[in-house]
Design a protein around this ligand. Structure first.
Ligand SMILES: [Zn+2]
Ligand SMILES: [Zn+2]
Length: 348
């Protein structure tokens, strides 16, 4: 079968002919409906090397850590899944036995350091192929919802959902405000999730006018990046500041903005991986402000994201490509020229 393979460090992934996977014990073979292209893939193949990055991400493997598909065949010991049924794939794969994995949070597996891979598409063959084999435990049913457009929800949906769910106590009650910084794939979904699960006023900010127009169509009040940005955000909150800020960029400038506009007792969640540094002091940050980071999410939360999608509450906003066009999808992603989340449809 055809697959997009991360073949070597510091070079773009390539289309290759590889053997179709066999589902092992406890696994399911999925016919891939869609696989999303994510910025973190770019970090893996551009920035990592033998010296930089987790050893589990050494090449080669098939990319695609956010995917969805139809059950094609069941491996030994698997039952109860209907052939042809549509599922999202929970990408992270921990040991399955530790306390974190037991609560469906493989992202924080206590044995991650000794695992041979981090996720489907991150150290182990992922969904940028005609077929992928994954543990049955990692499947989240989609019912009759379209799995092709749903694929990015495994990451671009689950990652903001997890960050938002942990911040919900800050958003309970009338007159609350949330801020989304960075309106790429995750940011647009974050706006929609906030609108669907909270009553907060959702403020969104980005440098691109078209990204802000899209966020407005999802119900956000927008503020452009640039001079007066923090003041304009504060004004929308009536001067109180923002109860829950989600920084989908994570650069020094965006973290600084978040800390500038957060309310007393508010929460700032850094989701973006730009690695910006923030200098904290008792005297410069409002009392009881939480500054934290999150990574991906849990299996249970992916069921909740699927429920939102099935109810028509979130649109992942995809731009689709054939498997042959997958290298082009990554080229556009790197160039910042995509208009939505790039999803590769191996079977059309
Ligand atoms: Zn990702
Ligand atoms: Zn574990």
């Amino acid at each position: 079968m055809k697959a997009l393979v991360f073949e070597k460090y510091q070079s773009a992934p390539v289309l290759q002919e590889v053997p179709q996977p066999e589902p092992g014990p406890g696994e399911v073979l999925l016919k891939v409906a869609g696989a999303g292209a994510c910025h973190s893939d770019v970090s893996v193949y551009r920035d990592f090397s033998d010296e930089v990055g987790p050893p589990q991400l050494a090449p080669s493997f098939v990319l695609g850590h956010e995917s969805a598909g139809w059950v094609e065949a069941l491996g030994p010991g698997v039952s109860g899944l209907e052939v042809g049924s549509a599922h999202l794939v929970y990408g992270p794969m921990g040991c399955g036995r530790c306390a974190a994995c037991s609560r469906g949070q493989d992202t924080y597996c206590e044995n991650a350091a000794t695992m041979p891979h981090l996720a489907a598409g991150l150290g182990r063959d992922g969904g940028m192929a005609e077929y992928v084999a994954v543990p049955a435990r990692n499947l989240v049913p989609l019912g009759d919802a379209d799995p092709r457009a749903a694929a990015p929800l495994s990451d671009a949906g689950l990652t903001p959902y997890h960050a938002i769910k942990l911040a919900l106590p800050k958003l309970q009650g009338a007159g609350r405000t949330a801020l989304v910084i960075g309106l790429g794939g995750l940011g647009q979904v974050a706006v929609q999730i906030l609108r669907a699960v909270t009553g907060a006023t959702v403020i969104a900010t980005d440098a691109k006018p078209e990204a802000m127009a899209k966020a407005e169509s999802y119900g956000a009040v927008t503020v452009p990046a640039g001079d007066g940005q923090a003041e304009a955000i504060r004004e929308i909150t009536g001067g109180r500041g923002v109860d829950a800020v989600f920084d989908l960029v994570g650069a020094a400038g965006t973290v600084a903005l978040a800390m500038q506009v957060v309310a007393l007792q508010g929460r700032v969640t850094v989701v973006g991986i730009a690695g910006g540094v923030f200098e904290w002091s008792f005297f410069t940050v409002p009392y009881e402000v939480e500054l934290t980071s999150t990574y991906w999410g849990t299996i249970e939360e992916l069921h909740e994201v699927a429920a939102l999608y099935r109810a028509g509450k979130i649109d992942p906003g995809v731009q689709t490509f054939s498997l042959d066009e997958a290298p082009e999808a990554y080229r556009l992603l790197e160039a910042g020229e995509l208009s939505g989340r790039a999803v590769v449809l191996p079977h059309g």
